[in-house]
Design a binder for this molecule. Structure first.
Ligand SMILES: [Zn+2]
Length: 256
């Protein structure tokens, strides 16, 4: 085959295009260094062996861990986290190059399926972290990190150390925080009608573990009791920009 200079140029451009990892799909562009800007994996497994799935979006220097349904009877938190993932997929590369989000819609899948606060053996994973204020008992676990669901959150943070954490809950209808997260909470409160509250660092909670003892800002975003009756789009309208504000702070949340 005879290759004229135009054909050669076209081939070189195409070769560079594929070697650089660029994708024809606008929903899966690559980050610098050919790291995919979007992937999914299994962070761990529940007591009954159900996968605890995470989605990683973006490759920026600021990492936020967001999770829902660590309490299985708070299903709106899983829905809102799934809505967050779908929204982040639509944001431009410029935003994804600034941020990395690790999103886990369902941190306690056995509890969500059974509509129970605790996991399959009745332990509250959010009271099972190894903190100074921990209580060993059947409800909180007989020893620290006895539960695979709390272990999973600790393990995923080793892989993707978060600069901040957003823990989504129901039904207390306020924005609580532990550690140095007052400014993030204020930024979030600008975009929703939930007030800021201080519920106190509970024994063995993730707030105590990450916020109080490790000074990682952690916001406990408590939605309303009946929010699981709302369709996902309406849930996102009520709280979505507030969550994006928490991820984006000190920048304003992106316009949608
Ligand atoms: Zn909760």
């Amino acid at each position: 085959m005879h290759l004229n200079k135009y054909t050669v140029s076209a081939l070189l451009i195409l070769t560079a295009f594929f070697i650089s990892g660029c994708s024809l799909s606008p929903s899966k562009p690559s980050c610098p260094g050919n790291i995919p800007s979007l992937d999914q994996g299994i962070a761990g497994y529940s007591y009954k062996g159900r996968p605890i799935v995470y989605t990683r979006i973006g490759c920026g220097p600021q990492t936020t861990l967001v999770y829902g349904a660590i309490h299985g009877n708070e299903p709106a938190s899983a829905t809102l986290t799934r809505q967050l993932i779908e929204t982040l997929k639509q944001l431009p590369d410029s935003w994804r190059y600034q941020h990395q989000v690790i999103a886990i819609p369902v941190a306690n899948p056995d509890g969500l399926l059974a509509n129970t606060r605790g996991n399959a053996r009745g332990v509250d994973p959010n009271r099972n972290f190894p903190t100074r204020n921990r209580i060993n008992n059947r409800q909180f676990g007989m020893h620290p990190l006895s539960e695979p669901e709390s272990q999973t959150l600790v393990e995923i943070k080793k892989i993707y150390p978060p600069d901040r954490i957003l823990s989504i809950h129901q039904p207390l209808a306020c924005i609580d925080y532990d550690g140095p997260a007052l400014q993030i909470s204020r930024a979030m409160a600008q975009y929703t009608d939930l007030p800021i509250c201080r519920l106190g660092a509970r024994p063995g909670s993730h707030g105590s573990y990450a916020g109080v003892e490790r000074q990682i800002p952690i916001v406990t975003f408590e939605m309303r009791p009946d929010d699981h009756h709302l369709p996902p789009g309406q849930l996102w309208t009520l709280y979505g920009r507030s969550i994006l504000a928490g991820i984006s702070y000190p920048q304003a949340p992106p316009d949608l």
